[in-house]
Ligand binder design. Structure first.
Ligand code: SF4
Length: 271
């Protein structure tokens, strides 16, 4: 690794959020990088947003009930951006062979259960984020298969430090049992001012020329076979790559199944 690859630069940017603005500082590589390589920067940005929201909740006498050892939400379908799929592919391929085989076995077993339940075709063809009864029904049918995420062990996430953005964004203030059975018990989701996973999905959709810039997490091993490196399509020095991400924050504010309290705003970033 040369010095330029090790050098970092601090970038401050401001994003319009509702009636206000969100200003953040990110430390990115000074030299050449790509969107997949700066995922840790986005994860830390997401963590900062969540910490801010948690502090606001605490001040209002509420608290996030999600904690280590509760994997209630890890039986939902997880939309995984193709950039995070690329990063997870690299991580999986770096594992000892026995570990890779164990993960492959878990993914395969999960897909078999989905196929047995007749859900694969519906998963491929349904618009998961549509506000329709059929999308809602599919989400419930999927959850009720009770298929744990293959990365879940003893109800804890084994990839917690680099888990997908969407996993970080799913937070509730209601008891865990409400997440196990949301069709009959009402879960109280925490509304975040920004959902950065949507920005990744929007970027993925641009690259794929398809409304989906993501895959169901359980399709990861099949996707790995494609050998795709989508992050390379958004490359440059660190500030340039971050700018490509930040400028799409407005575009990513499409309505989705999770409530969003934002109105439109503007975004800008230091180039
Ligand atoms: S990646 Fe981790 S947090 Fe996300 S669903 Fe899987 S086990 Fe849960």
């Amino acid at each position: 690794m040369d010095d330029q690859q090790l050098e970092t630069v601090s970038v401050e940017f401001t994003v319009g959020v509702g009636d206000g603005q969100f200003t953040a500082t990110a430390v990115v590589p000074a030299g050449r990088t790509n969107l997949t390589q700066i995922l840790p920067v986005l994860q830390s940005l997401e963590n900062s947003i969540i910490q801010g929201v948690s502090a606001q909740l605490n001040a209002a006498g509420l608290s996030v009930s999600c904690k280590a050892g509760c994997g209630a939400c890890c039986r939902q379908m997880v939309p995984l951006s193709i950039f995070e799929a690329e990063a997870l592919t690299a991580w999986i391929r770096s594992l000892p062979e026995a570990h890779q085989e164990e993960l492959a076995r878990r993914f395969d077993q999960s897909l078999r259960k989905l196929a047995h339940a007749g859900l694969i075709d519906r998963m491929v063809n349904e618009d998961w984020f549509a506000e329709t009864e059929s999308a809602r029904r599919l989400a419930i049918d999927y959850l009720y298969q009770r298929i744990p995420c293959p990365f879940l062990e003893e109800e804890s996430c084994t990839i917690h430090p680099f888990r997908p953005l969407i996993c970080r964004e799913y937070l509730v203030t209601s008891p865990p049992e409400h997440c196990y059975d949301p069709a009959t018990l009402q879960a109280n989701p925490v509304h975040l001012p920004l959902n950065l996973s949507r920005v990744l999905n929007a970027l993925g959709a641009e690259l794929e020329h398809d409304s989906r810039g993501w895959i169901p997490l359980l399709f990861l091993f099949a996707w790995m076979e494609s050998g795709a490196h989508p992050g390379e399509a958004i490359s440059g020095n660190g500030p340039q790559v971050l700018y490509e991400f930040v400028k799409r924050i407005d575009l990513a504010r499409a309505p989705s199944r999770s409530a969003d309290t934002l109105s439109s705003g503007s975004s800008e970033a230091a180039k």
